[in-house]
Design a protein around this ligand. Structure first.
Ligand code: GLP
Length: 238
């Protein structure tokens, strides 16, 4: 695990925007695993800027989002689909055939997302955030490291943290569909970003706690190509 501490969140966004733009330039058919959340808003902005400024071809890349709330319509403003359209897909004018989200509406959908990723040739790089309880994607504490894309019940701390994004707190879904931990670990490269003091304990646990399913992010220590970027506050307990 390669840990990088930068002073300001903005420095992480610019550095990663350059890195991801270069990856896309080098492999126009790249498969990107993408995160939603406040951590990545300014990264997406910087990345779109880089891609446009350098006129990098984006018409052949494929995106696979990590997770989405269960039973939420695509045009709901608080959906992860809406987030991605606003911050990345629409500014880049991506074709809907290039973007993918995990859907498990019925039993028979199980396995389809992992199959789709495999058929596309696997994820070249996955961009991850981390929850205050060290969840990755929506893999809450206790999720088996062997898990593939699945439906989960959100932890109380996740509901508490994310409810601010909903107009009424009651309207926040209590379930989600998420890539599994083994889906995440199957990516060739993993980049994890954390910003702010509320992520400091999760980052410290990810690095120092015993590798265990009770701390989902510790699974990343089992992968040989992980880069972590934290700002001063998120890295303060390392
Ligand atoms: C959310 C998402 C994760 C995200 C993480 C951090 O609940 N499921 O994919 O990385 O928690 O979110 P934020 O960047 O808003 O702190």
């Amino acid at each position: 695990m390669d840990i990088n501490r930068l002073n300001k969140p903005h420095e992480i966004d610019v550095l990663l925007a350059n890195k991801v733009a270069e990856m896309i330039a080098n492999k126009p058919t790249i498969n990107l695993g993408l995160a939603t959340g406040s951590t990545y808003i300014n990264f997406y902005k910087a990345c779109v800027e880089q891609l446009n400024t350098q006129s990098i071809e984006v018409s052949q890349l494929q995106t696979f989002n990590l997770d989405r709330y269960f039973d939420q319509t695509v045009d709901d403003d608080s959906s992860f689909e809406a987030f991605m359209h606003t911050h990345f897909f629409d500014p880049l004018n991506l074709n809907p055939t290039q973007t993918h989200f995990p859907y498990i509406e019925q039993e028979s959908d199980t396995g389809k997302y992992d199959q789709l990723i495999d058929q596309a040739g696997g994820l070249d790089v996955i961009l991850l955030g981390i929850g205050v309880n060290a969840h990755i994607a929506f893999n809450e504490p206790g999720t088996p490291f062997t898990s593939k894309t699945h439906r989960i019940t959100l932890a109380d701390s996740t509901i508490e943290t994310n409810k601010e994004f909903f107009t009424t707190h009651e309207s926040m879904p209590k379930e989600a569909v998420t890539m599994g931990i083994s889906t995440i670990l199957s990516a060739k490269k993993i980049i994890l970003v954390a910003k702010g003091a509320n992520k400091a304990q999760a980052i410290s646990d990810m690095i120092h706690a015993p590798i265990s399913e009770s701390v989902p992010a510790t699974a990343l220590r089992l992968h040989e190509n992980v880069e972590v970027y934290v700002d001063e506050a998120a890295g303060s307990l390392i």
